[in-house]
Design a protein around this ligand. Structure first.
Ligand SMILES: *[C@@H]1O[C@H](CO)[C@@H](O)[C@H](O)[C@H]1NC(C)=O
Ligand SMILES: *[C@@H]1O[C@H](CO)[C@@H](O)[C@H](O)[C@H]1NC(C)=O
Ligand SMILES: *[C@@H]1O[C@H](CO)[C@@H](O)[C@H](O)[C@H]1NC(C)=O
Ligand SMILES: *[C@@H]1O[C@H](CO)[C@@H](O)[C@H](O)[C@H]1NC(C)=O
Length: 229
């Protein structure tokens, strides 16, 4: 705890007073990952991949159901070919960017491409896996831990103070700005401002879109109340 505080203070002092190029000082308690559920996956697979201090083995389904009341019935039976929002902690990684490092345990035949685009449904990328793991991308030792980094956002006061919870949303070929705006009931201009220069129709890459809390409401940037998990 003390160490964490010192590190935070150090980053803060370094970034604020010495104007060193720091992209982030601290993260936020929660972000959401938009996980596109494939037919072959069972609920347990997804909670294994997306485990964190928020989604733990013991109560993963309750937590996930809370953030997806609209698509999950109380019986917990999922849902395939749907996007599920999975909560995770959004950390400041090395003062460089906001993200969270998940731990994946490698199986026989795994490659960075398979992990990034199949198991983690493009929430991460091969480049990020290469950056945070020393393994050969096509020959990962079985049962070894792989650092899977997923980017996140805590909001942007320059765009709007009305939104403080964000979904890391991998774009699929069926997505367009208009469609995402309609589904989230948000303004296209607002979504574009949070992702400046991004072509929402490009079918790959990630965007950040405001997300709803456990009550189905958008959360304002300050204070981030009601976000306890
Ligand atoms: C999904 O979980 C089942 C049961 O635990 C397991 O046999 C299977 O290998 C898992 N699939 C993946 C892709 O991890
Ligand atoms: C996540 O953020 C890092 C640092 O800004 C960036 O290099 C990377 O391309 C991003 N990853 C994805 C999947 O967009
Ligand atoms: C995963 O990240 C941790 C912490 O940064 C690092 O110590 C470890 O070596 C990384 N794993 C691999 C396989 O590179
Ligand atoms: C966005 O990407 C789509 C698909 O690649 C392309 O058809 C479209 O022209 C692009 N739009 C702009 C404004 O570049």
């Amino acid at each position: 705890m003390k160490l964490k505080f010192c590190l935070l203070l150090f980053l803060f002092v370094e970034c604020v007073f010495f104007k060193v190029q720091c992209k982030c000082v601290k993260g936020c308690d929660i972000a959401l990952a938009s996980y596109y559920v494939k037919p072959a996956f069972i609920f347990q697979n997804i909670t294994n991949f997306m485990q964190s201090k928020i989604v733990s083995v013991s109560h993963s389904s309750e937590i996930i159901i809370r953030y997806n009341k609209d698509i999950v019935s109380n019986h917990g039976d999922l849902f395939s070919l749907f996007r599920v929002n999975i909560p995770f902690p959004c950390d400041c990684i090395g003062g460089e960017f906001l993200g969270h490092v998940f731990e994946y345990t490698a199986n026989k035949g795994d490659t960075f491409d398979l992990i990034a685009n199949y198991y983690y449904v493009s929430l991460t990328s091969v480049e990020l896996l290469q950056k945070f793991n020393s393994y050969d991308p096509n020959n990962i030792p079985i049962k070894e831990k792989v650092n899977v980094t997923v980017n996140c956002s805590c909001g942007n006061s320059q765009v709007s103070k009305d939104y403080g919870l964000f979904v890391t949303y991998p774009l699929r070929s069926s997505d367009t700005l208009e469609k995402i705006a309609r589904q989230s009931n948000l303004d296209e201009g607002l979504l574009q401002s949070y992702n400046s220069g991004v072509n929402f129709s490009k079918g790959s890459g990630i965007v950040f879109i405001p997300g709803r809390d456990q009550n189905g409401d958008y959360v304002s940037l300050y204070p981030r109340i009601g976000l306890a998990f």
